[in-house]
Write a protein that binds this ligand. Structure first.
Ligand code: C2E
Ligand code: MG
Ligand code: MG
Length: 640
């Protein structure tokens, strides 16, 4: 027999050929999946190659799910595979469960190792199945299962070995691709997080911008607030220090704003502030800062200007308020006082500059100049208001206040017809403190009512004496709006003014801004005063809120034209026109007119010519203590 054709040789050749095919398949698989990262493609290739390798009818790849409770057929080839792939089953289910549990391959040969009961069960279910575990480097992945050998002989040990070899080769590629997939998934998740984070960041930026805006800008006027002002000024100071330049600081305070605000109501008060801010804005240049410090205080930082130019600019800010403001049909006159401090001359720190600008501002208010530059001697004048409040409390208890009286004469007869009572406060430490300052501090510290009732009672007692001695008709007392509108006012005043004969000796001077208060209550209070015989006079007329139509409906009997119109009326035709028309208008409304602040003869003559009823001013006399007032009136009587 030819050796070549001996059955052994034929079998050997067949087996070698088979081996070659298998090796070829394994190599091909290895090459194909070695560079493949798409897990679904890998499952597909692995299924097809394994199907071929073990000549199975169906091949499936069950893979453990991330939850470790189920497995899913992720790949498959051959009969019915398409229907099975994608199906998920509990981990303990079927032969897979057995393989996971024992970490051993399943094949027919395993049946011999089982108990009879188990053998019966498994033989029936999976006797024609082969399943080898897929063990990754780090994790147990799942398995490769072959169902039904095509030649009906069933899977043998050789198939098992081959499939195990195959599984060991592909498991790493599967593990890698699965890792890539989960990396891709987490990358997608990260991307999603990133874009959500980006969105959140945007929102955060928006709200922090809003927050920054709220923390740096004033919500009423939209101007920088105190914090931003501090920041800007501190930067300017650093620059000015390095290039040896100066910085002007203007502290602007709106005159009588508290009264306007109380009476207009806060909403309209805010809208007025807003309009004032807009006027100021029109005056500032790109490198300058206009900020609102709070309340009715504004601050302006003017870098690189000398004192002379700073003052000029301050005047521009005052001038831009000249035109009246209209707030819901109310015409409002706004005045302001400005305190000026210049870096470095008046201070090198923000705190110093601010407090010096503040002193200067108080000085401006007190002396009724609009703009005042800081002088070192302002310091003592503006010594802490807190300390002053404590001293004023003591002054009330110890009756330190005094009233001086300024005579008011008839323009026609030149006889003293009345007097205005003006508060005076002298202390050893402070000297004479002007009423412009101490009245404000009394008002701010809730002490003004007590002071005012004392002033009314004192003036009334004096008026009684002068009425009988000199025939002086009335004494005028200044009333703060807050006292007049206080709920207890009527009760308190009834205790001082007992009857009409008392009331007829008094005039109460009230300010124009009072006419912005709640009309019904104001009318009621004023009517009550009239019923007591008290006359009402509008002080400083022309400087505040004016509504003649309202005024006409209230029981007012006199207007006192403010001294700012009187001062220059002889030279200034505009002021003269205002005074003239005010006198006409007042007379038409049945009111008499007092001109205050008359300092020279031409003014007196002009006022007399224009029909002004009474005159008050330094030309006639300064405010005098009682003894001097008596002497003044007596001297006048003798002269006649
Ligand atoms: P006012 O009620 O308008 O009083 C007139 C002020 O003008 C007084 O200042 C007076 O001295 C001053 N004056 C009078 N004639 C002339 C003049 O010809 N030229 C100039 N330049 N000034 C003149 P004073 O006494 O300093 O009072 C200032 C303000 O303080 C008063 O203005 C008034 O608003 C307030 N005041 C004074 N005493 C009292 C008071 O007892 N109670 C209240 N609530 N306020 C008071
Ligand atoms: Mg007055
Ligand atoms: Mg006045």
């Amino acid at each position: 027999m030819d050796k070549k054709n001996s059955p052994n040789i034929i079998e050997l050749n067949r087996s070698l050929k088979q081996k070659e095919t298998e090796i070829g398949l394994l190599q091909q698989t290895f090459t194909e999946i070695g560079s493949e990262l798409d897990i679904e493609k890998i499952f597909q290739i692995v299924s097809e190659r394994a199907l071929e390798l073990i000549d199975a009818e169906t091949l499936l790849i069950p893979i453990l799910d991330a939850n470790c409770e189920t497995y899913t057929y992720r790949g498959g080839a051959g009969k019915n595979a398409a229907e099975i792939v994608g199906e998920a089953l509990p981990i303990e289910y079927g032969v897979c469960g057995w393989v996971w549990k024992h970490k051993r391959p399943w094949w027919r040969g395993m049946l011999n190792e089982l108990s009879d009961d188990e053998k019966n069960r498994w033989e029936h279910e999976v006797g024609n199945m082969i399943l080898v575990p897929l063990q990754g480097k780090k994790h147990f992945l799942g398995g490769i299962a072959g169902l039904n050998k095509n030649n009906d002989t069933g899977f043998d040990k050789k198939d098992l070995n081959l499939l195990q070899l195959f599984a060991s080769i592909v498991s790493i590629a599967i593990e890698n691709a699965m890792a890539v997939k989960s990396m891709e998934e987490s990358h997608a998740l990260t991307e999603d997080y990133r874009s959500r984070l980006e969105h959140l960041n945007k929102q955060l930026i928006e709200s922090s911008k809003e927050l920054e805006y709220l923390s740096l800008y004033d919500s009423v006027t939209g101007l920088p607030n105190r914090s931003l002002f501090y920041d800007r000024l501190s930067r300017e100071i650093v620059e000015a220090e390095s290039d040896d330049s100066t910085i002007g600081i203007l502290l602007v305070d709106i005159d009588s704003f508290k009264g306007i605000n109380d009476m207009l109501g806060h909403d309209l008060g805010d809208s007025l502030l807003n309009k004032i801010a807009r006027r100021f804005k029109g005056e500032v240049r790109y490198n300058e800062t206009l900020a609102r410090l709070g309340g009715d205080e504004f601050i302006i930082v003017l870098p690189g200007l000398t004192q002379k130019h700073v003052v000029k600019r301050a005047e521009n800010f005052i001038n831009c308020l000249k035109d009246t403001f209209t707030i819901e049909q109310n015409t409002i006159v706004v005045n302001a006082s400005i305190g000026v401090a210049v870096y470095p001359e008046h201070g090198e720190s923000i705190g110093n500059l601010l407090s010096h600008a503040d002193f200067a501002m108080y000085e401006a208010k007190k002396s009724s100049v609009k703009v005042c530059v800081y002088r070192p001697d302002h310091d003592h004048l503006a010594q802490g208001h807190l300390a002053m409040a404590a001293d004023l409390r003591k002054a009330l208890d110890e009756k330190q206040f005094e009233l001086h009286y300024q005579p008011i004469i008839s323009a026609r007869s030149k006889k003293v017809v009345s007097a205005e009572a003006l508060g005076r406060w002298y202390t050893k430490d402070r000297g004479n403190v002007p009423p412009g300052i101490f009245i404000r501090v009394l008002e701010q510290n809730g002490l003004i009512d007590e002071y005012t009732y004392w002033a009314i009672a004192t003036a009334l007692a004096q008026a009684k004496v002068w009425k009988s001695n000199y025939g002086i008709k009335r004494v005028a007392v200044n009333l703060s709006p807050q006292t007049l509108m206080h709920p207890d006012f009527r009760k308190k005043i009834d205790r001082i003014i007992k009857d009409k004969s008392d009331g007829r000796l008094l005039t109460f001077e009230i300010t124009e801004n009072l006419f912005l208060s709640e009309y019904d209550r104001l009318a009621e209070v004023l009517e009550h005063l009239c019923s007591l015989g008290v006359e009402l006079s509008i002080d400083d007329y022309g400087t505040g809120y004016s509504s003649l139509s309202r005024l006409r409906r209230l029981p007012v009997s006199e207007l006192k034209i403010d001294q700012t119109f009187i001062n220059e009326m002889v030279e200034n035709k505009d002021d003269q026109a205002v005074v003239h028309s005010t006198i006409e208008l007042a007379h038409n409304l049945g009111l008499s007119v007092v001109a205050e602040g008359v300092e020279n003869k031409p003014a007196l003559e002009l006022l007399t010519k224009l029909g002004c009823d009474t005159i008050q001013g330094f030309l006639i006399s300064r405010p005098l203590p009682v003894t001097k007032f008596n002497a003044f009136v007596k001297a006048q009587l003798i002269r006649r």
